[in-house]
Ligand binder design. Structure first.
Ligand code: ADE
Length: 407
């Protein structure tokens, strides 16, 4: 990939010679050409800015040096049959957000050019000049204002450059990263397993030392969901914020939710418990508070609450949970789908089921759940959602197991 950067501070781009990107340049995977905008200013002071027409604070970058610089970049491209133009990226706080998805798209390009604005920005006509010659995208690093585009270019070239084949040695590490599949990364640890931090002993989570790869994968997936829910709830699967769930607050449950979950599950399963007439035990009715807390560890549980702006703010009204089956991570188990009695019939159950299904990791090939053998309404509900009886003995007496292939 070729990258051209136009800036009034070419030295700002020096870090692109370091580390993995520096190596990629030496290996011929990445070619970076940095241009000084002032080389395209022809007055005595090599000036590139002027005061804003119409008044206002600060200075605006003049159109002529920019047009000349961009034309020079385009003209330096391969001639003849291979003629090409770069995709011009103009970093700016008013642009489209720079995301991993955009980095992946840009990594497919042969040639990128970056125009680093400074001051109050670049004369708007430069964008028209450029757009007549090449694709142009204004891209923002985030909702804050930097002094110029250079830092943003460093970030973008690094994020894009590391996706080029051969830049990052272990391609697997690219897949397991934050944002690659829409979730943040799980926490990582190395030796010593027990670290004496000046008198405070800090242990690595025991599961990582267990050698049980299924349990480790399940723990990591749960950590990713928990982190994403607490740090970046906006990244959680879209189904959490659409349809019947749109007006409610969906969070990954913590032990602080356990008491209310216990009350809700008793309410939701009591009818099934009575119908069983003592012939078998319905597990959600047999649990105590400590069991619910333990369940929160083993499962990713979504707690759905009424948001604070509504009547009964904070009330727990629904929940569902999911986990990779211990020992078989191709099976995603969904369970404890519950909706408060007064909110049934609004499609919440369907949305929650879809949410729990969407939490499954990519390697899960089917979703599995268990419902009461006497609960014909539930069985119809799951059948409509695409579930079919699973082969083999039911998970426990009085239950039917259902499963559905993932698309
Ligand atoms: N230039 C100034 N602020 C910026 C931002 N937030 N992102 C990209 N470029 C910028």
């Amino acid at each position: 990939m070729r990258v051209d950067v136009v800036s009034i501070f070419p030295d700002y781009l020096a870090p692109l010679e370091l580390s993995l990107l520096g190596k990629a340049r030496r290996d011929g995977i990445l070619e970076v050409r940095v241009h000084d905008l002032r080389d395209f200013a022809h007055d005595r002071h090599r000036s590139v800015d002027d005061s804003p027409l119409g008044g206002g604070a600060g200075m605006v970058m003049k159109p002529e040096p920019w047009a000349e610089a961009l034309d020079a970049v385009v003209a330096s491209g391969p001639p003849g049959r291979d003629a090409a133009v770069p995709h011009l990226i103009v970093p700016g706080p008013g642009g489209v957000p720079f995301t991993q998805a955009l980095a992946r798209t840009l990594a497919q390009e042969q040639w990128l050019a970056f125009a680093c604005g400074r001051y109050e920005g670049i004369d708007e006509r430069v964008y028209d000049h450029a757009a007549a010659r090449m694709p142009v995208t204004v891209v923002s690093l985030g909702d804050y204002v930097l002094n110029g585009g250079e830092v943003a270019v460093l970030a973008m070239v690094e994020a894009v450059g590391r996706l080029l084949p051969g830049v990052v040695g272990n391609a697997e590490s690219l897949v397991e990263e934050s944002h690659e599949d829409g979730l943040l990364e799980y926490p990582v640890y190395t030796r010593p397993a027990s670290w004496d931090d000046a008198g405070t002993v800090r242990e690595v989570p025991a599961v990582l030392l267990s050698g049980d790869h299924g349990a480790i994968a399940a723990w990591r997936h749960a950590q990713r969901l928990e982190r994403t829910a607490s740090r970046r709830p906006d990244l959680l699967p879209l189904s959490a914020t659409t349809g019947a769930l749109a007006d409610l607050d969906v969070q990954v449950a913590t032990p602080a939710d356990a008491a209310e979950l216990l009350v809700l599950q008793r309410a939701c399963w009591v009818r099934e418990g009575l119908a069983a007439q003592g012939r078998w035990l319905v597990p959600p009715l047999a649990e105590e508070h400590a069991d619910v807390v333990a369940g929160l560890h083993d499962w990713t549980t979504c707690a759905v609450r009424v948001p604070s702006a509504h009547a009964s703010p904070g009330r727990l009204v629904a929940s569902v949970r999911g986990r990779g089956h211990p020992g078989d991570d191709t099976r995603w188990e969904v369970g404890r789908l519950m909706v408060a009695p007064d909110l049934r019939g609004r499609g919440l159950g369907r949305e929650l089921l879809a949410l729990a299904e969407s939490l499954a990791p990519a390697r899960a090939t089917h979703v599995w759940l268990t419902t009461g053998v006497l609960e014909e309404g539930n069985q119809r509900f799951y059948r409509r959602a695409g579930y079919r009886p699973a082969p083999g003995e039911p998970t426990y007496p009085g239950a039917v197991d259902l499963s559905k292939r993932r698309r």
